[in-house]
Design a protein around this ligand. Sequence first.
Ligand SMILES: Cc1cc2nc3c(=O)[nH]c(=O)nc-3n(C[C@H](O)[C@H](O)[C@H](O)COP(=O)(O)OP(=O)(O)OC[C@H]3O[C@@H](n4cnc5c(N)ncnc54)[C@H](O)[C@@H]3O)c2cc1C
Length: 476
Amino acid sequence: MSNPVAGPATSAAAALAPASSSPLGAVDLRALRDAVSGQVLVDGDAGYDAARGLHNTHYDRKPAAIVRPADAIDVSRTVQTAHELGLELAVKSGGHSVAGHSATDGGILLDMRTLNAVDIDPIRWVGSAQGGATAGEYTMAAHAHGMATPFGDTLSVGLGGLTLGGGIGWLARKHGMTIDNLLEADIVTADGRMVTVSEESDPDLFWAIRGGGGNFGIVTRFRYRLHPVEIVTGGALFLPLSQQVLRGLIDASVEAPDELTQISFVMPLPPAPFLPPELVGTPAIAVMPVFSGPLDEGAAAMAPFRALAKPYADLIGPMPYPAQYQFTSGGEEPSVGVLRSSFLPDLTEGGIDAIVERHSNPVPGMAFTQLRVLGGAMGRVPAGATAFAHRDATVMASVITGTSEEHYDEAVAWTEAYQAELSEGSTGVYSNFLADEGAGRLAKAYPGATYERLVQVKRRVDPDNFFHGNHNIRPS
Ligand SMILES: Cc1cc2nc3c(=O)[nH]c(=O)nc-3n(C[C@H](O)[C@H](O)[C@H](O)COP(=O)(O)OP(=O)(O)OC[C@H]3O[C@@H](n4cnc5c(N)ncnc54)[C@H](O)[C@@H]3O)c2cc1C
C-alpha cells in the first residue's frame, strides 16, 4: 500500500459556508466542507434529491450530507471525516443497487458520479475509468476505437457496483466477466489511504474486489483490458412462449459458439411499430443475442434460434455493439421493483412449466423472467480465481417484478414464490442480483471457501467494518 494522504485541507469557500440546518449540525458540516474541495449538499440544496435517488425508488433514504468529490483525494478525506464524525458512509456510483445499499439515513453519501472520466488507450488496449463512470460512458468511449470491455446489459449501470460484484453481460461467453478483464484498481481504503491494487501488488485484495463488492474500499479508478468489438450481429427475436421453445432456447444457447451470448426476457409483447397492435400483451420470449465475431458466422449462429418458432418479430442483424443496448434501455427508468435470482445447472422441466404458467396468468404489476445462459470464457475461469465462485453455472434465472409502493409486499411474495419454482437445483446467487434476503442467501452468493477468504482479507483491510453498506463480509 502506498500514498498516504495528508489531513484535511481548508478552502476559502468552505470557510465561508453558511451554518446549516443539517442533522450533522453546523460545526460538523463545516468540518466536512473544510475537508473536501468538491460539493457538499444537504437536504434542501438544489441537486440533493437527484444525488441521493436510486434506480429502485423503493429505497428512499435521506443522508445528512452528500459529498460530490472533485477527485480521489476528496474521497479519502470523506472517509477520514466520516470516521472523525462517527458517521456511516454509503457509496453510490450508478445507483442501481438491487438491495438499495448505496443509500443511508443520517450518514454521509459519497456520490461518485462526479468522478466519471474515461480514457481509452488503443495502443495498449487498456481502458481506464474513474469509479463513478457508467457502463454507457465507457462503452461509448471504447466504441469510438472499435473496442469494448465486457459489462452488463444496461448502459446506466455504474462500473463501481457492476465491477466489484462481477459483471455479466453480452460478451461473457466470448471475453468473460468484467472482473476477468480488470487489470488494476485505485482504491481508498477504510483508513483513508490511496492504493493501487493488482495481481502483483496485493493478490489477496485484488482477488477480493473481483466479486466481493464494496467491502474493501472505494474504487476511484478501474483499469480494464479492451477487446476488438465493433460491429456485432445482435438485436432481438420475439418468439411465442411455450415449453418447447423455452427448452430449445436453453439448449441452443448452451450449444452456441462462445462468440454468442444471449439474454432473454419472458414478458408480454410491448406496443411497438414492428409488432401488430392486436398482439400487444401476448406472453412471449424476447431473445436478445449478441454474436461478437465475423458477420457471416454470426448469421449462421443465429439460425438455431430463428428455427425455434415462427417469430412475432425478427430484429436480428449487424449493428454497432452499443446499439444492442437500445433493446434494454426501458430498464433504465427508475421505478419500484423486486428482483430475485438464482444460478442453475440447467432450467428443469418444472422450471419451464412454472415460466409458462406464471406468464399465462395475471401477474402483480409488470413481471419479466430473465434467462441468461452462461459458460464459455466466463465458465473456464477456475472457481477460486476470483471472489465470484459460480463459474460452473449454466443458467442465471431471474424474476424482475415492476410494482408500486402500495403493492410492494405482494410483489415480493409473488416474486419469491415464483423464483422458488424456477430454482430447483440452484447452485447459488449472483451478489449483484441479491437483495437483502438474509444470511442464508448471502452464503449462497459467497459459498464456504470464498466467504472464509473474504473474511481474512476484510480483517486485514477493514477490521472495524467501516464499509458495511453492502452485502457485508463481517470481519468477525
Ligand atoms: C436495470 C439493471 C440492469 C442490470 N444489469 C446487469 C447486468 O446485465 N449484468 C450485471 O452483472 N449486473 C447487472 N445489474 C446489477 C448491477 O451490476 C448491480 O446492481 C450493481 O451493484 C450496480 O452498480 P452501480 O454502481 O450502478 O450501483 P450503486 O447502487 O451505485 O452501488 C452499489 C454498491 O456497490 C458499491 N460501490 C459502487 N461504486 C463503488 C465504488 N466506486 N467503490 C466501491 N464500492 C462501490 C457500494 O457498496 C454500493 O452500495 C443490473 C441492475 C439493474 C438495476
